[in-house]
Design a protein around this ligand. Structure first.
Ligand SMILES: Nc1ncnc2c1ncn2[C@@H]1O[C@H](COP(=O)(O)OP(=O)(O)OP(=O)(O)O)[C@@H](O)[C@H]1O
Ligand SMILES: [Mg+2]
Length: 257
C-alpha cells in the first residue's frame, strides 16, 4: 500500500481535545450503522477539513481503522495545509473516478496509526460528473466495508452541490458552523439542501469559538462541548477568495491567491 506522511501539526489544546472527544463520542453513539459520514458547511473556510482530519484522528485513537477521504475535488488544499506527502504515482479520487487507476492505488496508509487517506489526486473542472456516479457510490461502499469509519471532507454546500451528492453515498452528514459568522438563513438553506438527500444530519459542530467571550457569558461549559478556541485569524484567502478562484475564476493560479 502507498504511504502518506502527515507532517502538519494536529495537536489541539485542552478545549479542542475535549470538543473532539465529544464530537466523536456523539458520532459513535449515532448508531452502529453510521460509519460513513460527510462533513460540509455553508461557506468556505468554516473548518470542514479541520473537523474532518481531527475527527479521523480522534476516531483512530479509539482503535478504529479510519479512512479520511478528501472529496473537495474542485480545489482542495488538504495536502498542503496538513503537509501530507504521498509516495508512489500519487493517484487520488479524481484518477480513480476517471478510470486512470484502481481503488487500491488511491488508498494511502499514513504515519498515524489506524488513519488511512484518499487524496483528490488532482483538481478537476467538473467534479459532479465524477461524484454523482455509481463509481463513486461503489467506492464509498467498498471503503465502508474495508474500514470501521469513513470521513469524507466535502466543499461547502452553500456554494456547490457536491456535498449533497456525496451525502447520498453516506450514512450521515455533519454541518460545520463558524462561530459568529454562519448566518441562520445560510444554515437553514444548507440544512434544507442536505435533508433533500434523505441522509440524516447527525449534528452540527460550532467551530472557531472564541472561548473568552463565551466564558464571560456563563456559556463556558458549552465551549468544550461544541467548539474550540479560535487560535488566530484566518484572513489568508479572504472571504470566499479561494472558492471564487476555484469555482468561478479558475484561471487564477493557486499560488497567487
Ligand atoms: N477550530 C479551529 N481552530 C483553529 N484553527 C482552525 C479551526 N478550524 C479551522 N481552522 C483554520 O481555519 C482555516 C480554514 O479551515 P479549513 O481549511 O478546515 O476550512 P474549510 O471549511 O475546509 O475550508 P474550505 O471551504 O476552503 O475547504 C485553516 O487555516 C484552519 O487551520
Ligand atoms: Mg476544506
Amino acid at each position: 500500500m502507498q504511504k502518506a506522511t502527515i507532517k502538519g501539526n494536529l495537536t489541539l489544546d485542552y478545549a479542542g481535545n475535549e470538543a473532539l472527544n465529544t464530537i466523536c463520542s456523539n458520532l459513535t453513539f449515532s448508531g452502529k450503522n453510521i460509519r460513513k459520514i460527510v462533513i460540509t458547511s455553508c461557506e468556505p473556510n468554516d473548518g470542514k477539513s479541520f473537523v474532518a482530519i481531527q475527527t479521523a484522528v480522534n476516531m483512530a485513537k479509539r482503535g478504529k481503522r479510519v479512512l479520511m477521504m478528501d472529496a473537495d475535488l474542485r480545489l482542495s488544499i488538504m495536502d498542503t495545509q496538513y503537509e501530507i506527502e504521498l509516495t508512489g504515482p500519487k493517484f487520488g479520487l479524481a484518477h480513480l473516478l476517471s478510470g486512470q487507476c484502481q481503488i487500491d492505488e488511491i488508498v494511502y496508509e499514513t504515519n498515524l496509526q489506524n488513519v488511512f487517506y484518499v487524496p483528490i489526486g488532482t483538481d478537476v473542472q467538473a467534479p459532479l460528473s465524477l461524484i454523482a456516479t455509481p463509481d463513486f457510490d461503489n467506492l464509498v461502499n467498498v471503503m465502508g466495508e474495508t474500514f470501521d469509519f469513513v470521513v469524507i471532507d466535502a466543499p461547502p454546500v452553500g456554494l456547490v452541490i457536491d456535498a449533497a451528492e456525496i451525502a447520498k453515498s453516506c450514512d450521515g452528514c455533519v454541518l460545520v458552523l463558524e462561530y459568529n459568522k454562519t448566518h441562520r438563513r445560510a444554515l437553514q438553506d444548507a440544512k434544507d439542501q442536505m435533508e433533500r438527500t434523505g441522509v440524516p444530519i447527525l449534528g452540527c459542530v460550532l467551530n472557531k469559538v472564541t472561548m473568552d467571550r463565551l466564558s464571560t457569558k456563563k456559556y463556558y461549559s458549552y465551549g468544550g462541548k461544541y467548539g474550540y478556541n479560535k487560535y488566530g485569524k484566518y484572513g489568508k484567502y479572504g472571504k470566499y477568495g479561494r472558492y471564487e478562484a476555484g469555482y468561478y475564476r479558475r484561471e487564477k493560479q493557486k499560488g497567487k491567491e
